[in-house]
Design a protein around this ligand. Structure first.
Ligand SMILES: [Ca+2]
Length: 318
């Protein structure tokens, strides 16, 4: 991933979007996940249609933003493609939230192919809506007056705002490294369910060349609608993800599916089981449907009376 950050997309960096995890009800915390805690990845939590987080969606300071999914017993879940050429209305978990954000970022990349991995994070911070999820306690403003909540990140993703902002975006400066030595005292052993807390006041390297300062509060939105606002991206901006490549790191894609075939690219695919680019899921195990479902959320074909419409249906997937 270090390679992808510095070399991928001709130096602009691959955008990695991860689900924040489904174990909150068991006490899991996404801060314990090394992938989510990398500064160059984007962790996504979820809410149900009523704006409440399902019991499984984890909270930690790695969470950048929120998208929709369904609760465990919720009748409203996500419609997408399924294996064996079928459709499902049962896709759920944070697994269903992160593809929506990946799809919106794909739309942003069509709008502005020059975006870096850092720009993507800034765009999320400045365009997400807080109002639809503001009813929960625990929101705090950061040093640049942006609202933040560990269960929602910077709020609910808003495709039209993010892509519109991306169109005229000026690249943020390269990453600066602010290092502040912290004495955490004696090393402590942890057992399950034990906890340890220490507070440290930091200055964000104020007054130095590496001062953390390039965040501000550009957008405020009082809308309370639960809506990604993706339709105006198609209708007003004529953007569908064209020219953008997305890789679903998962258990395979049923690429012959009539809602996926046109967007599938073998050049983007690799099967680690047999070292080929044939990424069809093993049909002997019907649990291998996760990747097909996530891929459908991204690129389902529109106007074919099958399943639904992918959020960035003009993109390529593998
Ligand atoms: Ca379709």
């Amino acid at each position: 991933m270090d390679h992808d950050k510095t070399v991928g997309r001709k130096g602009k960096g691959v955008l990695y979007v991860f689900s924040a995890g489904n174990g909150r009800v068991r006490g899991d915390n996404c801060a314990a996940d090394g992938y989510l805690n990398r500064i160059d990845t984007i962790a996504i939590a979820c809410v149900r249609a009523d704006g409440e987080p399902p019991l499984y969606s984890e909270a930690c300071n790695a969470v950048m933003a929120t998208a929709y999914s369904g609760g465990n017993t919720d009748p409203i879940k996500i419609i997408t493609t399924d294996i064996f050429g079928t459709c499902t209305c049962e896709h759920t978990g944070t697994s269903a939230a992160s593809p929506f954000v990946a799809g919106v970022l794909a739309l942003a990349l069509e709008a502005n192919p020059g975006l870096t991995w850092r720009d993507a994070q800034h765009l999320l911070a400045w365009s997400c809506d807080v109002a639809p999820v503001s009813h929960s306690a625990g929101w705090e403003r950061n040093a640049r007056k942006l609202w933040y909540h560990p269960a929602y990140g910077f709020g609910l993703i808003n495709a039209f705002k993010l892509v519109s902002l991306a169109k005229g975006w000026t690249n943020v400066p390269p990453q600066a490294k602010c290092e502040i030595p912290v004495d955490v005292g004696t090393v402590t052993d942890f057992s399950k369910a034990s906890s340890w807390k220490q507070s440290v006041n930091v200055t964000a390297c104020s007054g130095t060349a590496d001062e953390v300062k390039f965040q501000d509060c550009r957008s405020s939105n009082t809308s309370t609608r639960i809506d990604f606002n993706v339709v105006p991206v198609y209708q007003e901006l004529n953007i569908t993800g064209r020219g953008v490549n997305i890789i679903v790191l998962d258990d395979g894609i049923d690429y012959g599916h009539e809602d996926l075939a046109a967007s599938f690219s073998p050049d983007l695919s690799y099967n680690f089981n047999n070292d080929t680019n044939d990424c069809r899921p093993r049909s002997s195990d019907s649990r291998n449907k996760h990747g097909t479902r996530c891929a459908g959320q991204l690129v389902m074909k529109p106007n074919n009376s099958k399943c639904g419409v992918g959020i960035c249906y003009g993109a390529k997937v593998g």
